[in-house]
Design a protein. Structure first.
Length: 160
């Protein structure tokens, strides 16, 4: 499987959203209906070979701020308590499998763990929402999306 880089325009937009350049390759995989980037897929290694555990990254400023508010209100523990631990474990396993599938570099140490770089529980609602928005069966991401009433978005196929 190959990895397709973001366009130069998308790179500039995402770097502006984040307030800094990214240290690795990425592609926009979810967009708003006006074409603005919402979720990026990171190549599993940074340019220097450092493992990048976050495969899907929520970059939309509005959604990011809304998820941060949920986390600040204790959402991580609250939402974790609402999902079946077996479903959550399957979500982490599937995330790790997807990251392995798109790993290009075989000469560097690979990231381990699932959503948010963890193997158990919930670490980051942003990562779970991003995972859900790309189409994964992520029970935590589904709860977050419902809580935020996420608007219609468009998933982009970036496989070459």
């Amino acid at each position: 499987m190959s990895f397709r880089d973001a366009s130069l325009d998308d790179q500039l937009i995402v770097e502006t959203m984040l307030g800094r350049p990214l240290a690795g390759r990425f592609a926009v995989v979810v967009r708003r209906l006006d074409d603005a980037p919402v979720v990026i897929e990171n190549e599993p290694h940074l340019r220097d070979g450092t493992p990048m555990p976050t495969l899907f990254w929520l970059v939309d400023p509005e959604l990011h701020a809304a998820v941060s508010r949920l986390e600040g209100e204790g959402g991580v523990h609250r939402f974790e308590s609402l999902v079946d631990p077996k479903d959550l474990a399957r979500t982490h396993d599937e995330y790790a499998r997807r990251r392995r599938e798109v790993t290009v570099r075989t000469d560097a140490v690979a990231a381990e763990g699932g959503v948010g770089g963890t193997r158990v529980g919930v670490k980051c609602l942003h990562a779970h929402l991003a995972n859900y928005l790309v189409g994964a069966k992520d029970p935590v991401g589904a709860i977050v999306a419902t809580a935020l009433d996420v608007p219609p978005l468009r998933v982009v196929d970036v496989r070459a």
